[in-house]
Every structure is written in structure tokens, then in C-alpha cells.
Design a binder for this molecule. Structure first.
Ligand code: PDD
Length: 280
């Protein structure tokens, strides 16, 4: 359960708080969000999350009035109130509170909702079981909108299959996970789907790519097939809450395990970036 909820200036326990029925997040999912890891009031890669959040707002034409400094002050206040050693900091902005019309309502201010949820991070050595599923999503996957039905169904499918994560496949090519990015290591290089409208440009993905470049690991941003996934030297998964980790199976069949040294080098490099930022 989230420790703290905040909605348009009201702070409290999420289970005891309510959102107006006419918040467009309720009936349209008309908004966008971010999720980050926080240690106390320190948030990992907050600037990168802000960049993506303001990009999502622009894409959705939501006239959110708080600038970065004001938003940061609100988020910090929530983290202070929660006082959690490790938590997921989540926030979403919806377009407005207004009677239901598909077109923008023409009045009403954006709503901001924040939660801070205690989190125990998985140990880095914990590998993931993946299942593939058809990517039935639309062509706006680069915008972090609240509309996540295909992601929810895919993740539930993974859970029912005894797996940790579902990997979306579109026309034979791997796009991303239900709430993660997916990459492969092959012959010493990292291959990952390009940041077009088919995937979310993950903050952790960006950090991993920077670390590859710093460590002399070639990066190819190109779509790869399910066959390349199952035959890869390693299959890597990234997200804010999972960090960088590798997969052990895809659809029940063992994968990877052939580039352990390179994987561990990247994992160590990521751990260093994370610790440096969370300690500083
Ligand atoms: N999910 N792809 C999708 C569809 C995602 O929802 C996420 C993040 C990612 C990874 O992005 P990042 O590295 O910036 O976390 C990729 C978050 C964690 C969530 O929805 O809870």
C-alpha cells in the first residue's frame, strides 16, 4: 500500500482519499505519469524523468502549470512526509476535472496526483522469466500515458504463466516489455529497439546505452526478432524499479548465459551510477 498520497494539495493516506468522478483520469485515462525509485528524499535520475514527463505533457497538450522546481518541491514534500528508506515515487497529471466530452473540455485545470509506496528492490542477481505476447498497442507508445490496458493484460498473462514479465512482439520483432525495455547482447554488442513510437524511451535504457558507450560496447538501435531474442548471448531487461537485470527463460526455454562477463561489467557500472547518485 502507498504510505502517502497527495492530490491537488491534499496529503493523506491514499485509502482515505478520493478523486472527483469527473477527473478525466477516471473515465479516459487522459493524462501521463512517471515512476521513479527514491531513497528518502533522493530520487534516482529525476531530471531524466522530468524530461520525459514534460515531453508527455507536450504530446498530450496538457497545460500543466508547475515548472520543474515547483513540481520537485511537491514531490520532495511527499517523500519527506512518507519518510521511507526505499520507495517508488509515482506521479500523474490529468488534463482537467470536467463533464465527459471526448474533445478537450475548454475549462478546468490539470490535476496532480502523487503516491509514495514502500519498495524492496529485488537483488541484482535475481533473473527474470519472460513470456512473449503480441503487441496490440497503438502507435503512441513513446508517450507515458495512463492508458495501459494492453500492458496490464500482458503482465497478467505473464503472471498466470508463472513468469515475471511479458515481452511484446510486433510482426515478429521485439518492441519492449509490459513495463520494461528489452535488449540483447550479441557478439559483444548491445542491440535494442530504436526510440520511435513503438516503445517508451526508458530512463534506465538511456543510462545503459551511455554505459555501453563509456565501456566500449557497440550499440545497435534496431529492431530484433524473437529468434534473435531466444538465441541471444544475454537477454537484458531494464526499468526504473528493476534496474538492469537479465532473463533466464523466454516462454519457458532457457536463454542467454553466454556473455556473463560483459553483463556483469554493465551491471556493476549501473550499480556504481545508482549508488553514486543515491549517496551524493
Ligand atoms: N514502467 N516500457 C514501458 C512500457 C514502461 O512502462 C516502462 C516503465 C519502461 C522502462 O522505463 P524506465 O526505465 O524509465 O522506468 C519501458 C514503470 C516502471 C511503471 O510503469 O511502473
Amino acid at each position: 500500500m502507498p504510505a502517502i498520497g497527495w492530490y491537488n494539495g491534499m496529503l493523506g493516506k491514499p485509502a482515505e482519499m478520493s478523486v472527483p468522478m469527473n477527473d478525466r483520469a477516471v473515465y479516459f485515462g487522459d493524462g501521463c505519469y512517471e515512476a521513479c525509485v527514491a531513497f528518502g528524499t533522493r530520487v534516482f535520475a529525476l531530471d531524466a524523468h522530468f524530461d520525459r514527463f514534460y515531453n508527455s505533457l507536450r504530446a498530450l497538450e496538457i497545460p500543466f502549470s508547475e515548472d520543474r522546481a515547483a513540481l520537485k518541491a511537491i514531490l520532495t514534500g511527499c517523500l519527506q512526509a512518507a519518510d521511507e528508506p526505499c520507495a517508488v515515487l509515482y506521479w500523474q497529471a490529468s488534463r482537467a476535472t470536467a463533464p465527459r466530452t471526448h474533445a478537450f473540455p475548454g475549462s478546468g485545470e490539470p490535476n496532480l496526483l502523487v503516491t509514495v509506496t514502500p519498495k524492496t528492490l529485488l537483488p541484482p542477481e535475481r533473473t527474470l522469466r519472460l513470456v512473449t505476447t503480441e503487441d496490440v498497442r497503438y502507435a503512441m507508445c513513446n508517450v507515458k500515458t495512463l492508458n495501459l490496458i494492453p500492458n496490464i493484460l500482458a503482465n497478467e498473462h505473464a503472471k498466470r504463466s508463472g513468469a515475471d514479465e511479458a515481452v511484446f512482439v510486433r510482426s515478429g520483432f521485439v518492441t519492449e516489455g509490459s513495463h520494461t525495455n528489452v535488449h540483447i547482447l550479441q557478439d559483444g554488442a548491445l542491440i535494442t529497439h530504436p526510440t520511435d513510437n513503438r516503445i517508451l524511451p526508458g530512463v534506465t535504457r538511456r543510462i545503459l546505452l551511455d554505459l555501453c558507450r563509456e565501456n566500449g560496447v557497440p550499440v545497435a538501435e534496431r529492431p530484433f526478432t524473437t529468434k534473435e531474442l531466444t538465441n541471444a548471448d544475454e537477454v537484458l531487461i531494464t526499468s526504473s524499479t528493476l534496474g538492469v537485470r537479465r532473463a533466464e527463460t523466454v516462454d519457458g526455454v532457457p536463454v542467454g548465459g553466454r556473455a556473463e562477463t560483459l553483463y556483469k561489467r554493465l551491471l556493476t557500472a549501473y550499480g556504481e551510477v545508482f549508488s553514486r547518485e543515491m549517496r551524493a
